[in-house]
Design a protein around this ligand. Structure first.
Ligand code: APR
Ligand code: PHB
Length: 389
């Protein structure tokens, strides 16, 4: 098979890139390891920056998002029984939209299928060849049958555990990592959200987050030990712990119910540099990971896609390689700012095992400063709604 762009990974990054390229008449093939149902079964954050909304509009995939997404003009932050609101619209003129990542992915799959896009599912043994030449190609198997795609470029959108990052030689790539000493225990419940906006809570017992997918589906998290397993937590134990970590007035009105999903996610900050090697370009989780605190995973994948799509479009429409040559530098400049914000917000809201009494005083002072300073709230709001592309 021959195409212009071979895309490894059928998650949000790969699908969004494929659909944007298609809208400009640029051919691609998406190679996905799992089935479509498996990909759609993943539960992920759903706070969309305006940059991602605009990309989905350009991709022709934003109709359901605008019909069903929830516009959030701010968020609530609590520590102890103190709670204050950071007003995104007041400070930046921009809200965020709450719309599950699963729904974004579902809309992108629907668009690719409507355009007869080529998506190969359940691929195995993917190997990227000759990425450092002008004639890269990808080999893989499907149900044991060998396949090959010859292409102009390869987009590595295959996530943290994919093959693309590993294709870049160790003496070329540098990796940066911070592993956090706790995880997030999350549940999904068919209950009305406790608040119409998100509540980020710092409590002496640890972090908690009250989020949602829609007015009938709530998503809650509590910081937990890395040695915890989901089966260690009954629903009742989860609800009791959550109530102890959020302000009393929120706990009183919390509607509990059976969990329909329960899982634990570790927290990690990770970046690989460069995000390009020859004709291979890394996008999204293949190149970087953020702790979910700032909801930057999907949104930073989106800015990568924006830079790569823009560069590839320029190459095919004008012959200039300026955009693809500056891809890694542009993408990383924004990635590191998202990493900083996610690390800062995680440091502000979680309890760390090795925190000294002085550290705790600094954390409360940071929260007090954020509560009392419009400048601090504006800085947070600018990062949360998304820095410019
Ligand atoms: N071959 C083909 N496909 C692969 C391979 C491989 N060797 N390895 C992984 N994949 C697929 C995975 O099955 C997955 O569907 O690549 C896709 C990568 O998707 P994501 O992990 O969702 O990464 P990305 O598309 O960059 O989206 C980033 O997803 O993980 C969240 O928090 C993250 O919200 C962020 C978003
Ligand atoms: C979620 O709804 O899953 C979510 C929202 C905001 C975050 C993290 C997760 O910061």
């Amino acid at each position: 098979m021959k195409t212009q762009v071979a895309i490894i990974g059928g998650g949000p990054s790969g699908l969004l890139l494929s659909q944007l390229l298609h809208r400009r008449g640029i051919e691609s093939v998406v190679l996905e390891r799992k089935t479509k149902d498996y990909v759609l079964g993943r539960i992920r954050a759903g706070v969309l920056e305006q940059g991602l909304v605009r990309l989905l509009e350009e991709a022709g995939c934003a109709a359901r998002l605008h019909a069903e997404g929830h516009v959030h003009g701010g968020t609530l932050i609590s520590y102890g029984d103190q709670m204050f609101r950071v007003d995104f619209t007041e400070h930046t003129g921009t809200p965020v939209i709450v719309y599950g990542q699963t729904e974004v992915t579902r809309d992108l799959y629907a668009a690719r299928e409507a355009a007869d896009g080529i998506i190969e599912y359940e691929v195995e043994d993917v190997v990227i060849h000759a990425a450092d030449t002008d004639a890269p190609y990808v080999t893989y198997t499907i149900h044991g049958q060998p396949r090959r795609v010859d292409c102009d470029f390869v987009a590595g959108c295959d996530g943290f555990h994919g093959v693309s990052r590993q294709t870049i030689p160790l003496d070329v790539r540098k990796e940066y990592e911070k592993v956090y000493p706790f995880g997030w225990l999350g549940i999904l419940s068919e209950t009305p959200p406790v608040n119409h906006e998100l509540v980020y809570a710092n409590s002496p017992r640890g972090f908690a987050l009250c989020s949602m997918r829609n007015e009938h589906l709530s998503r809650y998290y509590i910081q937990c030990s890395l040695s915890d397993r989901p089966e260690d937590w009954t629903d009742e134990a989860f609800w009791q712990e959550l109530k102890r970590r959020i302000p009393a007035d929120q706990a009183e009105k919390l509607v509990t119910g059976p969990s329909i999903e329960k899982s634990i996610a570790p927290l990690r900050s990770f970046v690989t540099e460069p995000m390009r090697w020859g004709r291979l370009f890394l996008c999204g989780d293949a190149a970087h990971i953020v702790p979910p605190t700032g909801a930057k995973g999907l949104n930073t994948a989106a800015s990568d896609v924006h830079y790569l799509y823009t560069g590839l479009r320029e190459f095919y429409e004008t012959g200039s390689s300026a955009g693809i040559d500056s891809y890694s530098q542009k993408a990383l400049a924004r990635v590191w700012k998202a990493e900083r914000f996610s690390w800062w917000f995680s440091s502000l809201m979680h309890r760390y095992p090795d925190q000294s009494e002085f550290d705790l005083k600094m954390q409360v002072a940071d929260l007090e400063f954020l509560r009392s300073s419009k400048a601090a709230q504006k800085a947070m709001a600018e990062n949360y709604v998304g820095l410019p592309y």
